[in-house]
Each structure stands twice: as structure tokens, then as C-alpha cells.
Ligand binder design. Structure first.
Ligand SMILES: [Zn+2]
Length: 246
């Protein structure tokens, strides 16, 4: 088994590839990072002149830098993403966060720019996604590129302690304690956004599920919600990669 540091780095690469496989990131836009325990550094998805897109992220593209994006060696081909402050500034302000994902998923984009509301319109179908709607999704109403710490600050302020932020006309930022948690959370939010958009496209209104039903839905725990779902996507990724290589 890889040493913990390399294992974490590998998970960041896998998360990038899963998110691309599932359509949350397209082409070359989007990035994942993970906090390196015990300091002010992170692993983050970088780009080189050989860039081929997030779907094909290699471990080599995951570089170790500090929260201000410094630490790449002179002459190395990689550059940190323009929107690195989304990651670095969240780690600085929120010690509970171990992974940050920034993606540009299409359904969430349309929900944001048409101001569709995320409501608990389903229950047992996906309890985690339903609870996200119930907890409320903070909306950052600006659509600029977050290239400086002061541009990240108002988004982080709006996020508060919440794990997701919808950035209108731009994308989403999702946090988690672990890479697995943040990745599965982003996927679940995508399910909620897709359902919300598809319901709106039918022209019919979906009522909220009843309070009584909400109260009956269990918390299935992190093994069920994160570990197993993560493993499913890791396997799906491996199988898809195998198919693509033939
Ligand atoms: Zn962005």
C-alpha cells in the first residue's frame, strides 16, 4: 500500500477523474485539493503544457503547494489553477475542511442562473441529496473567476459552515472532511440539481415530501454514504478506463 501522503495525492487524482467521468467537470475546467495534515499545505490539481483534461488526470498533476499556491519548484512544468484561492482560503478559515472541490456542472449552472430553488422533492431515492436541500444551499450571486483571496472571501462568508456553495453563472464549491466525503457530496448534489432541473422542465411542480416522511428517513452513516459509494465509483472508473484502453 502507498504511504499515506502518496495515497492522499492519488485520491485527489481519482476524485478528478470520477467527477469528469460523471460529467461534473468538462474538458480542462475544475480542480480538487486535499489538505496535508499538520501544516499550511495542500495537494492540488495543477496544469502543465501537456494538459489533456480532468478526465485523464495523472497523479503527477497533483502538486504540493502552500495555501497561497507557493511551493512549485523553479522550472517544473506545472502551474497552479487560476482559482487556487477557492481552496487555500477555505483551508485557512475552516480547519474542519480536508478536501475542496471546485467544478462547473451544467445542471447546477442552469438551476443557478434560472434561480430554481433546491427543495426536498424526493426522499428515500437519495436521502443525502434530500438533506442537502433541506439544509439549504448557499448561493454566491457573482460569476467572476476567483483569482485572488479577496475575491474568495465573500463566497466563503456566504458558505459559512455549509459544505456546498452554488456560484451563480459559474459552478460549485464543495467541501468535506475527506476526499471521499467531498467527492460523494458533489455527486449527490449533482443528483439534486439534475432532478430539480428536470422537474422544472416538465412544467409541473413537485411538492416537498411530507415532514412525517422526512422524520422517518434514517441517517445511513458515513460507511454507507461515503465509503461504499466512493468504492463504487473507483471501480466504475477502473472498468471504464479498461474499456477505453482496448
Ligand atoms: Zn471556476
Amino acid at each position: 500500500m502507498a504511504e499515506p501522503m502518496e495515497e492522499l495525492r492519488g485520491k485527489v487524482a481519482i476524485s478528478c477523474r470520477i467527477l469528469a467521468m460523471e460529467g461534473l467537470v468538462d474538458e480542462i475546467l475544475g480542480h480538487v485539493s486535499a489538505r496535508i495534515a499538520g501544516g499550511d499545505e495542500m495537494w492540488i490539481r495543477c496544469r502543465s503544457p501537456e494538459e489533456e483534461g480532468i478526465r485523464y488526470t495523472t497523479v503527477d498533476a497533483i502538486r504540493r503547494v502552500d495555501f497561497d499556491g507557493k511551493g512549485l519548484h523553479n522550472g517544473e512544468p506545472y502551474r497552479v489553477p487560476n482559482e487556487l484561492p477557492i481552496h487555500g482560503e477555505i483551508y485557512k478559515k475552516r480547519p474542519d475542511v480536508g478536501c475542496v472541490i471546485h467544478a462547473h456542472p451544467k445542471e447546477a449552472l442552469i438551476c443557478g442562473i434560472t434561480e430554481l430553488e433546491f427543495r426536498p422533492i424526493f426522499g428515500a431515492f437519495n436521502i443525502t441529496a434530500m438533506r442537502m436541500a433541506l439544509d439549504g444551499i448557499p448561493v454566491f450571486p457573482r460569476s467572476y473567476l476567483v483569482t485572488r483571496p479577496e475575491l474568495a472571501a465573500p463566497m466563503i462568508e456566504i458558505m459559512g459552515k455549509k459544505p456546498i456553495c452554488l456560484m451563480t453563472g459559474h459552478g460549485i464549491t464543495v467541501t468535506g472532511k475527506t476526499v471521499e466525503e467531498a467527492t460523494v457530496r458533489a455527486l449527490n448534489f449533482n443528483t439534486l440539481a439534475k432532478a430539480t432541473l428536470q422537474v422544472a422542465q416538465t412544467g409541473r411542480k413537485a411538492p416537498d415530501i411530507s415532514r412525517e416522511d422526512i422524520e422517518k428517513l434514517p441517517d445511513l452513516g458515513s460507511t454507507f454514504n461515503d465509503t461504499w459509494v466512493w468504492r463504487y465509483y473507483v471501480r466504475k472508473l477502473k472498468e471504464e478506463d479498461l474499456r477505453l484502453s482496448h
